[in-house]
Design a protein around this ligand. Structure first.
Ligand code: ZN
Length: 207
């Protein structure tokens, strides 16, 4: 799974300080969201998180050929252990040729995508839809939109190396519940951890 994920990392953090902070992590730039397109597939697995995700997934699947099997799974709009267990079960049962549609809040979709990559899914097999980026993605087709306002995000604490959930805009300062460090929510993102980089405010190396 690591090789597939690595080969698809676009761009580089461009800062040696990040590599020094953690060589084990690959950081890419902020996730960008484009208007989704339905790829051809032998079958589809559509998992949505919350009603907005369901609407987006249903709209996309309306273009699916009638002979292609579609499995769907509906989850609440947040991450929880029961949802993760069910996702694992669904992902373990995926056959070759499947395309996996994940739609919902960005933080949940990115965690689900990281889980899917653990099960061997490649970027080409994943269709990711962040409901927060809906309008913007269609307005900015080429570059793609990113979720820049206050939103639920996972933040990876660079001090204690644990991810946690927070509601924050990029550039906001949040407090790590594990080690109480004050962290700036950075534009850099780890796909493996499905988390934004939380840079301790006590360090100003990247200023
Ligand atoms: Zn911490």
């Amino acid at each position: 799974m690591a090789e597939a994920a690595r080969s698809n990392v676009r761009g580089t953090p461009g800062a040696g300080d990040v590599a020094a902070a953690d060589e084990r992590l690959r950081w890419t730039s902020v996730p960008r969201w484009r208007a989704p397109e339905l790829p051809a597939a032998a079958s589809y697995l559509a998992c949505w998180f919350g009603p907005a995700g369901q609407r987006r997934a249903a709209a996309l699947l309306s273009a699916a050929p009638p002979e292609v099997p579609v499995r769907t799974a509906s989850f609440a709009g947040h991450w929880d252990p029961a949802a993760e267990a069910e996702l694992r079960r669904l992902l373990a049962g995926c056959l070759a040729g499947v395309r996996i549609i994940l739609a919902g809040p960005e933080s949940v979709v990115l965690r689900a995508a990281a889980l899917a990559r653990q099960f061997g899914a490649t970027s080409e097999e994943l269709v990711l839809i962040a409901t927060e980026a809906a309008g913007a993605a269609e307005a900015a087709e080429d570059a793609g939109a990113y979720v820049d306002g206050r939103a639920g995000r996972r933040v990876f604490c660079a001090a204690c190396r644990e991810p946690f959930g927070a509601v924050a805009a990029m550039g906001d300062v949040v407090t790590c519940p594990g080690c109480a460090a004050s962290l700036i929510v950075d534009h850099r993102f780890s796909r493996r951890h499905a988390a934004y980089f939380g840079w301790p405010t006590a360090l100003d190396l990247h200023r």
